[in-house]
Ligand binder design. Structure first.
Ligand code: PHE
Length: 342
């Protein structure tokens, strides 16, 4: 009988030395000391012993249980220590290593300039409007007083869609859309994409404009000048000289172009502008009387209303602001170029 206990002890010790994880140790504990473990089972044989030997056998089994438990607990501590040390080893990080540098994005120069323009005109009380890129001939040309034979309608300049729509050649059609929708006073700008059949170092078939429109009962050319001069001061600096040159647009009368003095003492054209042509108001007035046939007062009666408008190319402003000579740089997405604007 006690030989059997020695065997149990020997087997246990052997397996104990082999155990490498808490899990193996737990299995070992169950298979020897558990309810159906070998040591527990060995107690069952006690009935076959003569009565006199039973107490001492029972005692031996209990002593062995204490020994095995002690050994298990000791080994358990060793294994836990090893496991924790291994974990610490494996998971250690060198906090002095430099991190991975993430390439930072930056705002596109055209967006920077557009944002600045929008901020400036917002500060002057202009609201922001948008319109569709694909326009009807009427909004892009007709309502804006372009005669039917105007060269801008040529296949040369304008992209037409299959169903006789156009890719808007300027943001001015939004003037018409807003006036057909709202009564005066109107003070709004329209940033947006425009399209022309044109490509060289200073022209791109797709480019961006900002339109401005101010309409009210007594708007004069002085308001136009004051607004645009204030804009130039905020955009290019307090003491940048400006000049207005007479020009022509079908939808403004009189019309002008505004130049600013560049860093090398040369005049640079930055925008077209003028007083809204009465013929444009007449077109809007007709749309209103169609919409409200019973109204006696027409809010766009050309005799009673006036306004000014202006439009500028965002690329052009950006080229002046940053001294860029090739417009294509804006669209090539060369990071060496784009990273210079922050
Ligand atoms: N739409 C004109 C252009 O594209 C610019 C402009 C807008 C001129 C408003 C006068 C008034 O050239």
């Amino acid at each position: 009988m006690s030989g059997n206990l020695e065997k149990i002890d020997k087997d246990f010790q052997k397996l104990l030395t082999q155990a490498k994880s808490s899990k193996e140790l737990q299995d070992l504990r169950v298979s020897f000391l558990g309810k159906k473990g070998r040591l527990t089972e060995s107690l069952k044989a006690i009935g076959q012993l003569p009565e006199s030997e039973r107490p001492s056998f029972g005692q031996k089994v209990n002593e062995l249980r204490v020994v095995l438990e002690g050994a298990l607990n000791k080994k358990d501590q060793e294994i836990r220590y090893q496991e924790v040390s291994a974990k610490i080893q494996n998971e250690k990080i060198d906090v002095t290593l430099p991190g991975y540098v993430q390439a930072k994005g930056s705002v596109h120069p055209l967006t920077l300039v557009q944002d600045k323009l929008v901020r400036i005109f917002s500060s002057l009380g202009f609201s922001i409007e948008e319109g569709p890129d694909i326009e009807s001939d009427y909004y892009n040309f007709g309502a804006l007083n372009f005669p039917d034979n105007h060269p801008a309608r040529d296949m040369q300049d304008t992209f037409f869609t299959k169903n006789k729509q156009v890719l808007r050649t300027h943001t001015s059609p939004v003037q018409v859309r807003v006036m057909e929708r709202d009564t005066p006073p109107i003070r709004m700008i329209v940033p947006g994409r425009v399209y022309r059949h044109d490509a060289d170092t200073t022209h791109s078939p797709v480019f961006h404009q900002i339109e401005g429109l101010c309409v009210g009962p007594n708007i004069t050319f002085a308001h136009l000048k004051g607004t645009l001069e204030a804009f130039v001061q905020m955009m290019f600096g307090q003491n940048v000289p400006v000049r207005f040159r007479p020009s022509f647009f079908p939808f403004t009368e009189p019309s002008a172009e505004m130049d600013v003095m560049g860093p090398h003492g040369t005049w640079m054209e930055i925008l077209g502008c003028g007083m809204v042509d009465p013929n444009v108001f007449e077109n809007i007035a007709q749309a209103w009387s169609k919409k409200y046939p019973d109204e006696k007062q027409n809010p766009y009666d050309p005799e009673k209303i006036s306004g000014f408008a202006f439009g500028m190319g965002i690329e052009r402003i950006a080229m002046i602001e940053y001294g860029i000579t090739d417009i294509r740089l804006f669209y090539e997405n060369d990071l060496r170029f784009l990273e210079q604007f922050v």
